[in-house]
Design a protein around this ligand. Structure first.
Ligand code: TNX
Length: 542
């Protein structure tokens, strides 16, 4: 029975096509239980730009009390007219609480006469809104009014919920800065894909991107790197442009609120004790070997690290207190990757400090630093989130691990009773090339193309089932050494991120051919959103 199923990405757990279509028009009303008001309003908001409709949003109790108005607000009742039964317009879209659905889960009944969205809580209802959007014509994603479109959805019955709780993207805003508007645009794209974590890599050797009131030089100095070749497209001559930018606290709060409205958590990351040259340019006393002039103007692993003084630990605790004040995320990124140990090993004062602290190796020194930061975050009711190198020298008690170097970190962390997030570089690094073609604009490392990303499994084969629950999910990482603007960002993210979204939402049992077919249709949505994804035929001309 070759019924044309709607091409949803990510694919829902179950989808049953039914007869008829529901039409959204000037008579449509959204009715909601009080708990699901935010999702009801969001549906109204996403419908508005392209349809030009201002769909009324009415609390369910108030509506039902208004019995006399039932016919007015309840025009689905007219469905008794047989000629219109299959495509009756002006029905109700009801958001109703149903207890017992999984986190972020929802059920959808789309019929000619009306739509019922059931969810146990707001997040599930928000995910259902995204499914409703995908059931509408692609034009619904446009931001200007489209006249002459019939805004109808096929009748379906859907039951859905995520395979993994952590479905993320890391964006490196340190190597290249992305403006608030650009980040909000990305958040909209994540929401469409039911991704729920935006991990912002806010600091690195090449730039510090979050203003901290107590330490204004972090962004005043650390937010700007001098002219260098870093901004230049790969292979071209140095362009001599300086690069920089940063978020004020209000900028960051705006990003957090915008994401929260779409059911997305922003996980901030402040790198330590390596990848810190921008901070050292601002406050040289934090470093092992004196000052540096400016943020780094090279890529790679920088030898400079934080020193092991109490004052440096407390500086970063103060920074984290400011971060916590802005970002409600339970998880706070603390970096921990690629921290070279030679400075500690070679510097007499560092060796003295290590002796004082009773740490026998530079690995233990890093672990000591991270333990202190982890304890501080715990005292504030937050959890540290760090790259898998934080396992070296002993994992801090509250730490969650982002495992990027294959799966061994994931397995070690999970077996030790720690939560972990899978982001293996050879599968889900989106700064890596998308084909062997010499025309790829950013030919970094190995090919991680759509098929490879689609084959991702966050739970490593070698992990025993009793530890599976420790794998919260996965995320793709986009490092931006060579991604200096939105066109490149789109190119590197899509459609690979669409594949990742399905891996993490839909879980095992997916079918790659089925996905490819749905992806072709999904590209129409990306087009309407204005996303310049990588076409299957090959690179764009930039
Ligand atoms: C390694 S992955 C890094 C980043 C680089 C990336 C480039 C990780 C935790 N650290 O600093 O940007 O490689 O692919």
């Amino acid at each position: 029975m070759p019924i044309d199923l709607p091409a949803l990405v990510p694919v829902p757990r179950s989808l049953l096509p039914r007869e008829g279509r529901f039409v959204v028009d000037a008579d449509t009303v959204i009715v909601h239980d009080p708990e699901l008001r935010a999702a009801a309003l969001r549906l109204r908001d996403v419908l508005r730009p392209a349809t030009g409709l201002e769909v009324p949003v009415v609390p369910r109790a108030a509506h039902e009390d208004a019995g006399a108005c039932a016919d007015h607000v309840h025009p689905g009742a007219r469905a008794g007219d047989d000629a219109r039964a299959a495509t009756v317009s002006g029905g109700r879209i009801v958001f109703a609480v149903e207890e017992g659905l999984v986190d972020e889960g929802y059920r959808l009944e789309v019929a000619g006469e009306g739509i019922l969205v059931s969810a146990s809580a707001e997040l599930g209802a928000l995910r259902a809104v995204e499914t409703l959007r995908q059931l509408l014509p692609d034009g619904v994603y446009r931001r200007g009014r489209l006249d002459g479109v019939v805004w109808s959805l096929p009748a379906v019955r859907i039951a859905d919920g995520p395979a993994f709780a952590w479905r993320g993207l890391m964006l490196d805003v340190a190597r290249h800065f992305f403006t608030v508007a650009e980040v909000l645009r990305l958040i909209d794209q994540l929401a469409v894909h039911k991704l729920n974590v935006l991990h912002l890599h806010l600091t690195d050797d090449q730039g510090w991107r979050l203003q901290i009131d107590r330490f204004p030089r972090l962004t005043g100095v650390g937010g700007w790197r001098p002219e260098s070749q870093l901004g230049a497209p790969r292979g071209s001559a140095p362009d001599g442009r300086p690069h920089g930018g940063f978020y004020t606290a209000d900028d960051a709060r705006e990003i957090v609120a915008y994401a929260a409205g779409r059911g997305i958590t922003v996980v901030p990351e402040i790198e330590m004790p390596g990848h810190v040259q921008a901070a050292l340019a601002a406050y040289p006393e934090l470093g092992v070997a004196g000052g540096v002039e400016a943020p780094w103007t090279s890529w790679g692993v920088n030898p400079k690290v934080l020193n092991l003084e109490e004052s440096t630990v407390s500086f970063f605790c103060d920074v984290l207190d400011a971060v916590i004040d802005i970002f409600p995320s339970a998880y706070i990124g603390i970096g921990g990757d690629e921290c070279p140990k030679t400075q500690w090993e070679n510097d007499p004062r560092s060796r003295e400090r290590m002796a004082e602290l009773g740490v026998g190796s530079a690995h233990e020194a890093q672990s000591w630093f991270i333990h202190r930061i982890d304890a501080h975050l715990a005292s504030r009711g937050r959890r540290s989130f760090g790259w898998d190198e934080i396992l070296e020298g002993g994992l801090a008690p509250g730490a969650t691990v982002a495992s990027w170097r294959g799966t061994s970190g994931l397995v070690t962390a999970a077996r030790a009773g720690h939560d972990a997030v899978a982001c293996p570089e050879d599968v889900v690094y989106l700064d890596y090339r998308q084909s062997e073609s010499a025309d790829e604009p950013i030919p970094v490392s190995i090919v991680t193309d759509v098929e490879r990303v689609y084959g991702f499994d966050p739970v490593p084969d070698e992990l025993e089932p009793e530890h599976w629950a420790r794998i919260l999910g996965g995320q793709a990482n986009l490092w931006t050494e060579h991604v200096e603007g939105v066109r490149r960002l789109d190119y590197m993210l899509f459609p690979r991120l669409s594949a990742l979204a399905e891996v993490l939402w839909s879980g095992p049992g997916r079918d790659v051919d089925d996905f490819s077919a749905r992806l072709s249709a999904h590209l129409g949505r990306l087009d309407a959103l204005g996303i310049e994804y990588r076409p299957a035929a090959g690179p764009r001309p930039w």
